[in-house]
Design a protein around this ligand. Sequence first.
Ligand SMILES: Cc1cc2ncn([C@H]3O[C@H](COP(=O)(O)O)[C@@H](O)[C@H]3O)c2cc1C
Ligand SMILES: O=C(O)c1cccnc1
Length: 355
Amino acid sequence: MIHTYNDIPPLDKRVGKRVRAYIDTLTKPPGSLGRLEAIAIELAEMTGKPFPTVTPPGVIIFAADHGVTEEGVSAFPQNVTAQMVQNFLNGGAAINVFSRQIQAMFEIVDVGVAEDIESSELVQKKVRYGTANFCKQDAMTRQEAEKAIEIGYERAQTMIAKGIKCLIVGEMGIGNTTASSAILSVILNQNLDELVGIGTGISEEGRKVKQQVIERSIKARQPNPNDPLDVLSKVGGLEIAAMAGAMLAAAENRIPILVDGFICSTAAVIAKCIHPTAADYMFIGHRSVEKGHSRAIRFLEKEPLLQLGLRLGEGSGAAVAFPILQSSTNMLNEMATFQSAGISNKNEKRREGEF
Ligand SMILES: Cc1cc2ncn([C@H]3O[C@H](COP(=O)(O)O)[C@@H](O)[C@H]3O)c2cc1C
Ligand SMILES: O=C(O)c1cccnc1
């Protein structure tokens, strides 16, 4: 039995109300910091704290390979996954740059890369050497999917114990937009045409092939839409499972989750299916260009923080959005109130006059 079915506490709406009232005492016209005010309230409700903080953030990248790459669904070959893991270890990838920028705790986990990568810096948690080609057989067993969720859960728990106050999960896995589209199509019961995008940059012709591959796979595998573990094991990916597990751990610990793009949002959809309350702890960092992301966002009932035309993954868009959360908490923690600054507050007077 995996730990991830533990209770996730409900949002603390009472502290949210207190923070709402407090924000109106800060030296600015009421509501003038717009969404930053709403985010501050949400962070207070998530953490249960009237003065929440999101620093330091933690970034965990899960890497794994996908057997379905055999079908020519990506613009890049499978071995780019391992090469990019090496790049992460060397500090040269986009997510390294943005993680440094936000001073994040940082970790890379091999949950299923198709080759061995020797490095003491890499967290070695390989469940298997890539998934099977789900066009021909189940991607993995149910036990393997559970194990990958457990690994994600455990890695997040470990980082939370070290003191992170916001979790960003990222991924690397050539072929994983194919697995993500397949998962979403089953769970959201959506037409594949709405969910299959260009990933790393395939042609329109390639996109059609990708769609047909997914269509054939779903027909052959028959994943049960009401059973997220069945969906993961039949057409999913090890890094997607691990990301979902990490999100569940964060939600259990009242740690806000900053979700990245299409693949990360697919993991968020899985986490929500496993435990609906998990979604209460999520922000969506940005709206990815990848076709289908908007559908996932709609299922999560969220509004992304940014729209920058990104389509990378790795957790990059979430890391770029992180300073927005930081601005919200800094507003709450550092701004003067009308009273402390000795500024007359017409609003306050009017309200006093009313009562
Ligand atoms: C150099 C490189 C770096 C990346 N970093 C993230 N991805 C992204 O692209 C992959 C998904 O796209 P598809 O399904 O089309 O293969 C994932 O690894 C994702 O993280 C990358 C892809 C490449 C090529
Ligand atoms: O939005 C994403 O996460 C994404 C999009 C394309 C390729 N890789 C990742």
